[in-house]
Design a binder for this molecule. Structure first.
Ligand SMILES: *[C@@H]1O[C@H](CO)[C@@H](O)[C@H](O)[C@H]1NC(C)=O
Ligand SMILES: *[C@@H]1O[C@H](CO)[C@@H](O)[C@H](O)[C@H]1NC(C)=O
Length: 373
Protein backbone atom coordinates (compact mmCIF):
# COMPACT_ATOMS: atom_id res chain seq x y z
CA UNK A 1 0.00 0.00 0.00
CA UNK A 2 2.68 2.46 1.06
CA UNK A 3 4.56 1.72 -2.11
CA UNK A 4 1.52 2.53 -4.29
CA UNK A 5 1.00 5.85 -2.43
CA UNK A 6 4.68 6.66 -2.80
CA UNK A 7 4.55 5.91 -6.53
CA UNK A 8 1.46 8.10 -6.87
CA UNK A 9 3.17 11.02 -5.10
CA UNK A 10 6.24 10.49 -7.25
CA UNK A 11 4.14 10.61 -10.44
CA UNK A 12 2.34 13.75 -9.21
CA UNK A 13 5.70 15.44 -8.60
CA UNK A 14 6.95 14.33 -12.00
CA UNK A 15 3.70 15.61 -13.51
CA UNK A 16 4.66 19.16 -14.56
CA UNK A 17 8.00 18.11 -16.05
CA UNK A 18 6.34 15.23 -17.83
CA UNK A 19 3.70 17.53 -19.31
CA UNK A 20 6.35 20.03 -20.37
CA UNK A 21 8.24 17.25 -22.11
CA UNK A 22 5.09 16.23 -23.97
CA UNK A 23 4.34 19.83 -24.99
CA UNK A 24 7.76 20.01 -26.59
CA UNK A 25 7.14 16.78 -28.44
CA UNK A 26 5.32 17.15 -31.69
CA UNK A 27 1.88 15.60 -31.91
CA UNK A 28 1.08 12.40 -33.79
CA UNK A 29 -2.06 10.61 -35.01
CA UNK A 30 -1.58 7.58 -32.74
CA UNK A 31 0.47 6.94 -29.59
CA UNK A 32 1.48 9.18 -26.69
CA UNK A 33 0.18 12.47 -28.12
CA UNK A 34 -2.29 10.78 -30.48
CA UNK A 35 -5.52 12.44 -31.54
CA UNK A 36 -7.44 11.49 -28.39
CA UNK A 37 -4.82 13.42 -26.36
CA UNK A 38 -4.62 16.48 -28.64
CA UNK A 39 -7.11 18.49 -26.57
CA UNK A 40 -4.97 18.08 -23.41
CA UNK A 41 -2.17 20.00 -25.09
CA UNK A 42 -4.12 22.05 -27.64
CA UNK A 43 -7.39 23.10 -25.94
CA UNK A 44 -9.18 24.11 -29.16
CA UNK A 45 -8.97 20.49 -30.34
CA UNK A 46 -11.64 19.80 -27.71
CA UNK A 47 -13.93 22.55 -29.03
CA UNK A 48 -17.47 22.12 -30.30
CA UNK A 49 -16.90 23.09 -33.97
CA UNK A 50 -14.16 20.67 -34.95
CA UNK A 51 -13.27 19.11 -38.28
CA UNK A 52 -13.46 16.77 -40.08
CA UNK A 53 -17.10 15.67 -39.91
CA UNK A 54 -19.25 12.98 -41.43
CA UNK A 55 -21.66 14.57 -43.90
CA UNK A 56 -25.06 12.91 -43.78
CA UNK A 57 -26.49 13.98 -47.12
CA UNK A 58 -30.14 13.65 -46.06
CA UNK A 59 -29.45 16.10 -43.21
CA UNK A 60 -27.78 18.78 -45.32
CA UNK A 61 -29.74 21.95 -46.06
CA UNK A 62 -29.97 23.30 -49.59
CA UNK A 63 -28.77 26.90 -49.70
CA UNK A 64 -29.50 28.55 -53.07
CA UNK A 65 -27.22 31.43 -51.98
CA UNK A 66 -24.10 29.25 -52.28
CA UNK A 67 -22.56 30.49 -55.50
CA UNK A 68 -20.08 28.53 -57.63
CA UNK A 69 -16.51 28.72 -56.37
CA UNK A 70 -14.03 30.42 -58.65
CA UNK A 71 -10.35 29.52 -58.28
CA UNK A 72 -8.43 32.62 -59.41
CA UNK A 73 -4.97 32.27 -60.91
CA UNK A 74 -4.80 28.54 -60.11
CA UNK A 75 -3.76 27.84 -63.69
CA UNK A 76 -1.35 30.81 -63.93
CA UNK A 77 1.38 29.08 -62.05
CA UNK A 78 4.21 31.11 -63.60
CA UNK A 79 7.81 29.99 -63.81
CA UNK A 80 8.77 30.13 -60.15
CA UNK A 81 9.03 26.57 -58.80
CA UNK A 82 6.78 25.36 -55.96
CA UNK A 83 8.30 24.11 -52.73
CA UNK A 84 7.35 20.63 -51.55
CA UNK A 85 7.97 19.95 -47.86
CA UNK A 86 7.69 16.93 -45.55
CA UNK A 87 6.64 18.44 -42.20
CA UNK A 88 6.46 15.04 -40.48
CA UNK A 89 2.65 15.00 -40.74
CA UNK A 90 2.06 15.39 -44.47
CA UNK A 91 3.56 16.67 -47.73
CA UNK A 92 2.92 20.41 -48.08
CA UNK A 93 3.14 22.53 -51.22
CA UNK A 94 3.38 26.28 -50.67
CA UNK A 95 1.23 28.23 -53.10
CA UNK A 96 2.04 31.59 -54.68
CA UNK A 97 0.15 34.53 -53.18
CA UNK A 98 -1.57 35.50 -56.43
CA UNK A 99 -3.65 32.35 -56.32
CA UNK A 100 -6.95 33.09 -54.62
CA UNK A 101 -10.51 31.96 -54.21
CA UNK A 102 -13.64 33.81 -55.26
CA UNK A 103 -17.27 32.96 -54.57
CA UNK A 104 -17.08 33.47 -50.79
CA UNK A 105 -18.16 36.63 -48.91
CA UNK A 106 -14.50 37.74 -48.88
CA UNK A 107 -11.51 37.17 -51.14
CA UNK A 108 -9.28 34.41 -49.77
CA UNK A 109 -5.61 34.08 -50.79
CA UNK A 110 -4.05 30.65 -51.27
CA UNK A 111 -1.35 29.61 -48.78
CA UNK A 112 -0.61 25.91 -49.18
CA UNK A 113 -2.05 22.54 -50.03
CA UNK A 114 -1.43 19.12 -48.49
CA UNK A 115 -2.75 15.58 -48.46
CA UNK A 116 -4.18 13.07 -45.98
CA UNK A 117 -4.08 9.32 -46.62
CA UNK A 118 -4.35 5.89 -45.01
CA UNK A 119 -2.24 2.74 -45.07
CA UNK A 120 -4.15 0.58 -47.54
CA UNK A 121 -4.97 -1.77 -44.70
CA UNK A 122 -8.17 -3.71 -44.19
CA UNK A 123 -9.89 -0.87 -42.30
CA UNK A 124 -10.04 1.19 -45.54
CA UNK A 125 -9.70 4.83 -44.65
CA UNK A 126 -7.58 7.78 -45.61
CA UNK A 127 -9.89 10.73 -46.14
CA UNK A 128 -10.71 13.01 -43.23
CA UNK A 129 -14.26 13.90 -44.22
CA UNK A 130 -16.68 11.08 -44.82
CA UNK A 131 -20.00 11.16 -46.68
CA UNK A 132 -22.78 9.05 -45.18
CA UNK A 133 -20.12 7.25 -43.14
CA UNK A 134 -18.07 6.37 -46.24
CA UNK A 135 -14.36 7.22 -46.37
CA UNK A 136 -12.46 7.96 -49.54
CA UNK A 137 -8.88 6.72 -49.94
CA UNK A 138 -7.28 10.16 -49.53
CA UNK A 139 -8.12 13.86 -49.30
CA UNK A 140 -6.51 17.01 -50.67
CA UNK A 141 -6.80 20.30 -48.77
CA UNK A 142 -6.17 23.67 -50.41
CA UNK A 143 -5.78 26.26 -47.63
CA UNK A 144 -6.57 29.98 -48.06
CA UNK A 145 -6.72 32.92 -45.63
CA UNK A 146 -9.11 35.87 -45.62
CA UNK A 147 -6.88 38.51 -47.22
CA UNK A 148 -9.60 41.19 -47.12
CA UNK A 149 -9.79 41.18 -43.31
CA UNK A 150 -6.31 39.98 -42.21
CA UNK A 151 -2.72 40.79 -43.21
CA UNK A 152 -1.40 37.21 -43.26
CA UNK A 153 -2.07 33.55 -42.53
CA UNK A 154 -0.86 33.64 -38.92
CA UNK A 155 -3.12 36.58 -38.10
CA UNK A 156 -6.11 34.98 -39.87
CA UNK A 157 -5.82 31.42 -38.59
CA UNK A 158 -7.13 32.20 -35.11
CA UNK A 159 -10.10 34.27 -36.32
CA UNK A 160 -13.59 33.12 -37.18
CA UNK A 161 -13.95 33.34 -40.98
CA UNK A 162 -10.16 33.62 -41.12
CA UNK A 163 -9.55 30.60 -43.35
CA UNK A 164 -11.24 28.85 -46.27
CA UNK A 165 -10.19 25.29 -47.06
CA UNK A 166 -11.23 23.30 -50.12
CA UNK A 167 -11.59 19.57 -49.42
CA UNK A 168 -11.27 17.16 -52.33
CA UNK A 169 -12.02 13.48 -51.78
CA UNK A 170 -9.70 11.13 -53.68
CA UNK A 171 -10.70 7.63 -54.75
CA UNK A 172 -8.78 5.03 -56.76
CA UNK A 173 -9.58 3.63 -60.17
CA UNK A 174 -7.84 2.15 -63.18
CA UNK A 175 -6.49 5.32 -64.76
CA UNK A 176 -3.46 7.34 -63.73
CA UNK A 177 -4.27 10.96 -62.91
CA UNK A 178 -1.39 12.91 -64.54
CA UNK A 179 -2.11 16.04 -62.47
CA UNK A 180 -1.28 14.22 -59.23
CA UNK A 181 2.03 13.01 -60.65
CA UNK A 182 3.16 16.65 -60.38
CA UNK A 183 3.33 15.91 -56.63
CA UNK A 184 3.68 12.11 -56.34
CA UNK A 185 6.70 11.92 -58.67
CA UNK A 186 8.70 14.10 -56.26
CA UNK A 187 7.77 12.48 -52.94
CA UNK A 188 10.92 10.34 -53.04
CA UNK A 189 12.95 13.58 -52.70
CA UNK A 190 11.36 14.42 -49.34
CA UNK A 191 11.22 10.97 -47.76
CA UNK A 192 12.21 12.22 -44.29
CA UNK A 193 10.65 14.84 -42.02
CA UNK A 194 11.89 18.41 -42.53
CA UNK A 195 13.16 17.74 -46.04
CA UNK A 196 12.22 20.26 -48.71
CA UNK A 197 12.61 20.30 -52.47
CA UNK A 198 11.66 22.67 -55.29
CA UNK A 199 9.43 21.16 -57.96
CA UNK A 200 8.25 22.54 -61.31
CA UNK A 201 5.17 24.75 -60.97
CA UNK A 202 1.99 23.24 -62.37
CA UNK A 203 -1.70 23.95 -62.91
CA UNK A 204 -3.24 23.56 -59.45
CA UNK A 205 -6.77 23.63 -60.86
CA UNK A 206 -6.04 20.30 -62.62
CA UNK A 207 -6.07 18.66 -59.16
CA UNK A 208 -9.63 19.82 -58.50
CA UNK A 209 -12.82 18.09 -59.65
CA UNK A 210 -14.44 19.44 -62.83
CA UNK A 211 -17.71 20.28 -61.10
CA UNK A 212 -16.97 23.15 -58.73
CA UNK A 213 -20.63 24.15 -58.42
CA UNK A 214 -21.78 21.27 -56.26
CA UNK A 215 -20.32 21.24 -52.74
CA UNK A 216 -21.03 21.04 -49.01
CA UNK A 217 -20.32 24.02 -46.75
CA UNK A 218 -19.94 24.18 -42.97
CA UNK A 219 -18.01 26.06 -40.27
CA UNK A 220 -15.21 24.00 -38.77
CA UNK A 221 -11.56 23.86 -37.79
CA UNK A 222 -8.04 22.94 -38.78
CA UNK A 223 -7.88 19.13 -38.67
CA UNK A 224 -4.45 19.19 -37.00
CA UNK A 225 -3.28 20.84 -33.76
CA UNK A 226 -3.81 23.59 -32.74
CA UNK A 227 -7.26 22.87 -34.31
CA UNK A 228 -8.29 26.56 -34.52
CA UNK A 229 -12.00 26.88 -35.25
CA UNK A 230 -11.47 29.36 -38.03
CA UNK A 231 -12.26 27.44 -41.21
CA UNK A 232 -15.07 27.92 -43.73
CA UNK A 233 -15.09 24.42 -45.20
CA UNK A 234 -16.00 23.52 -48.75
CA UNK A 235 -16.12 19.81 -49.53
CA UNK A 236 -16.74 19.07 -53.20
CA UNK A 237 -19.45 16.60 -54.14
CA UNK A 238 -17.43 15.24 -57.08
CA UNK A 239 -14.46 13.05 -56.16
CA UNK A 240 -11.21 12.94 -58.11
CA UNK A 241 -9.67 9.68 -59.15
CA UNK A 242 -6.06 8.51 -59.03
CA UNK A 243 -4.67 5.04 -59.79
CA UNK A 244 -4.00 2.41 -57.13
CA UNK A 245 -0.26 2.67 -57.94
CA UNK A 246 -0.39 6.44 -57.30
CA UNK A 247 -2.13 5.91 -53.96
CA UNK A 248 0.40 3.24 -53.00
CA UNK A 249 3.27 5.68 -53.58
CA UNK A 250 1.53 8.32 -51.49
CA UNK A 251 1.05 5.80 -48.68
CA UNK A 252 4.50 4.20 -48.63
CA UNK A 253 7.21 6.67 -49.68
CA UNK A 254 7.26 9.17 -46.80
CA UNK A 255 8.54 8.87 -43.24
CA UNK A 256 7.37 10.92 -40.27
CA UNK A 257 10.84 10.48 -38.78
CA UNK A 258 13.88 12.57 -39.67
CA UNK A 259 16.76 11.27 -41.78
CA UNK A 260 19.03 11.04 -38.69
CA UNK A 261 16.48 9.07 -36.64
CA UNK A 262 17.48 5.48 -35.98
CA UNK A 263 13.86 4.29 -35.98
CA UNK A 264 12.17 4.97 -39.29
CA UNK A 265 8.47 5.65 -38.99
CA UNK A 266 6.33 5.46 -42.12
CA UNK A 267 4.08 8.48 -42.56
CA UNK A 268 0.72 6.76 -42.84
CA UNK A 269 -2.86 7.13 -41.60
CA UNK A 270 -2.43 10.89 -41.21
CA UNK A 271 -6.15 11.53 -41.01
CA UNK A 272 -8.19 12.64 -38.04
CA UNK A 273 -11.36 10.82 -36.96
CA UNK A 274 -14.63 12.61 -37.73
CA UNK A 275 -15.79 14.98 -35.00
CA UNK A 276 -19.31 15.58 -33.63
CA UNK A 277 -21.36 18.18 -35.53
CA UNK A 278 -22.87 19.51 -32.27
CA UNK A 279 -25.90 21.08 -33.97
CA UNK A 280 -23.87 22.77 -36.68
CA UNK A 281 -25.63 23.02 -40.02
CA UNK A 282 -24.10 21.55 -43.16
CA UNK A 283 -25.31 23.32 -46.28
CA UNK A 284 -25.39 21.98 -49.83
CA UNK A 285 -25.10 24.15 -52.93
CA UNK A 286 -27.27 21.69 -54.87
CA UNK A 287 -30.51 19.76 -54.57
CA UNK A 288 -29.72 16.56 -56.49
CA UNK A 289 -30.12 14.49 -53.34
CA UNK A 290 -33.55 15.91 -52.61
CA UNK A 291 -34.73 15.55 -56.21
CA UNK A 292 -33.58 11.92 -56.25
CA UNK A 293 -35.37 11.31 -52.96
CA UNK A 294 -38.59 12.83 -54.34
CA UNK A 295 -38.36 10.79 -57.57
CA UNK A 296 -37.74 7.57 -55.62
CA UNK A 297 -40.55 8.46 -53.22
CA UNK A 298 -43.05 9.08 -56.03
CA UNK A 299 -41.97 5.89 -57.84
CA UNK A 300 -42.39 3.79 -54.69
CA UNK A 301 -45.81 5.38 -54.15
CA UNK A 302 -46.92 4.55 -57.72
CA UNK A 303 -45.63 0.97 -57.53
CA UNK A 304 -47.39 0.51 -54.18
CA UNK A 305 -50.65 1.85 -55.59
CA UNK A 306 -50.35 -0.38 -58.67
CA UNK A 307 -49.80 -3.45 -56.47
CA UNK A 308 -52.86 -2.62 -54.38
CA UNK A 309 -55.04 -1.99 -57.46
CA UNK A 310 -53.87 -5.24 -59.05
CA UNK A 311 -54.59 -7.16 -55.85
CA UNK A 312 -58.09 -5.67 -55.62
CA UNK A 313 -58.83 -6.47 -59.28
CA UNK A 314 -57.63 -10.06 -58.78
CA UNK A 315 -59.70 -10.48 -55.64
CA UNK A 316 -62.78 -9.33 -57.53
CA UNK A 317 -62.08 -11.66 -60.46
CA UNK A 318 -61.41 -14.71 -58.21
CA UNK A 319 -65.15 -14.83 -57.57
CA UNK A 320 -66.10 -14.66 -61.25
CA UNK A 321 -65.19 -18.24 -62.40
CA UNK A 322 -68.07 -19.70 -60.30
CA UNK A 323 -70.59 -17.50 -62.14
CA UNK A 324 -68.91 -18.44 -65.45
CA UNK A 325 -69.69 -22.17 -64.95
CA UNK A 326 -73.39 -21.32 -64.93
CA UNK A 327 -73.16 -18.99 -67.94
CA UNK A 328 -70.98 -20.58 -70.72
CA UNK A 329 -71.14 -17.42 -72.89
CA UNK A 330 -68.91 -15.72 -70.31
CA UNK A 331 -66.04 -18.28 -70.77
CA UNK A 332 -63.85 -15.61 -72.36
CA UNK A 333 -63.85 -13.62 -69.12
CA UNK A 334 -62.81 -16.70 -67.15
CA UNK A 335 -59.96 -17.36 -69.57
CA UNK A 336 -58.72 -13.80 -69.29
CA UNK A 337 -58.43 -14.17 -65.54
CA UNK A 338 -56.42 -17.38 -65.98
CA UNK A 339 -54.18 -15.75 -68.56
CA UNK A 340 -53.50 -12.93 -66.10
CA UNK A 341 -52.26 -15.35 -63.44
CA UNK A 342 -50.51 -17.69 -65.87
CA UNK A 343 -46.97 -17.03 -64.67
CA UNK A 344 -47.82 -17.74 -61.03
CA UNK A 345 -50.07 -20.75 -61.46
CA UNK A 346 -49.80 -22.33 -64.91
CA UNK A 347 -53.00 -24.21 -65.70
CA UNK A 348 -53.76 -26.47 -68.65
CA UNK A 349 -57.14 -24.76 -69.17
CA UNK A 350 -55.38 -21.57 -70.28
CA UNK A 351 -54.60 -23.29 -73.60
CA UNK A 352 -58.29 -23.15 -74.45
CA UNK A 353 -58.33 -19.40 -74.21
CA UNK A 354 -57.62 -18.52 -77.82
CA UNK A 355 -61.04 -17.04 -78.26
CA UNK A 356 -61.35 -14.01 -80.54
CA UNK A 357 -62.98 -11.92 -77.80
CA UNK A 358 -60.03 -12.23 -75.39
CA UNK A 359 -57.91 -9.38 -76.67
CA UNK A 360 -60.81 -6.98 -76.50
CA UNK A 361 -61.57 -8.02 -72.95
CA UNK A 362 -57.93 -7.68 -71.86
CA UNK A 363 -57.78 -4.28 -73.45
CA UNK A 364 -60.90 -3.30 -71.59
CA UNK A 365 -59.33 -4.50 -68.36
CA UNK A 366 -56.17 -2.47 -68.99
CA UNK A 367 -58.20 0.61 -69.75
CA UNK A 368 -60.15 0.03 -66.55
CA UNK A 369 -56.96 -0.29 -64.52
CA UNK A 370 -55.36 2.82 -65.92
CA UNK A 371 -58.54 4.74 -65.18
CA UNK A 372 -58.29 3.68 -61.55
CA UNK A 373 -54.64 4.72 -61.30
C1 LIG B 1 1.20 38.92 -39.62
O1 LIG B 1 0.51 40.11 -39.33
C2 LIG B 1 0.67 40.52 -37.99
C3 LIG B 1 -0.25 41.72 -37.76
O2 LIG B 1 -0.04 42.72 -38.69
C4 LIG B 1 2.13 40.84 -37.73
O3 LIG B 1 2.31 41.28 -36.38
C5 LIG B 1 2.96 39.59 -37.97
O4 LIG B 1 4.32 39.87 -37.86
C6 LIG B 1 2.69 39.04 -39.37
N1 LIG B 1 3.29 37.73 -39.47
C7 LIG B 1 3.98 37.37 -40.54
C8 LIG B 1 4.52 36.00 -40.50
O5 LIG B 1 4.16 38.09 -41.50
C1 LIG C 1 -20.60 30.25 -40.09
O1 LIG C 1 -20.62 31.16 -39.01
C2 LIG C 1 -20.98 32.49 -39.39
C3 LIG C 1 -20.81 33.40 -38.18
O2 LIG C 1 -21.34 32.82 -37.04
C4 LIG C 1 -22.40 32.49 -39.93
O3 LIG C 1 -22.79 33.78 -40.32
C5 LIG C 1 -22.45 31.54 -41.14
O4 LIG C 1 -23.76 31.46 -41.62
C6 LIG C 1 -21.94 30.18 -40.77
N1 LIG C 1 -21.82 29.40 -41.98
C7 LIG C 1 -22.22 28.15 -42.07
C8 LIG C 1 -21.97 27.48 -43.37
O5 LIG C 1 -22.77 27.55 -41.17
Amino acid sequence: MDFVVLLFILLLRLGPQWTAAVEDMSWTYTGLVGQSQWSEHFPECGGSSQSPVDIVTTQTKYDPGLSPLTPLGYSQHGNRPFSLYNNGHTAVIELPDWMSLGGLPWLFSAVQMHLHWGSGGPNYGGSEHTINGQSAEAELHVVHYNSELYPNMSAAMTQKDGLAVLGILIVTGEETNPAFNNIINYLSRIRHANQKVFIPAFDVQSLLPKDLDRYYRYNGSLTTPPCFQSVIWTLFHERVQISKAQLLKMETILYSSEAEDADRMLLQDNYRATQPLNHRAVFASFTAGEVTAIVIGVMCGCVGLAVIVRFLLKTIRMKEPEKAKEKPQEMALNCTSQAETRDERPSPQSHTCDTPGQDTLEDNNRTGKSNVV
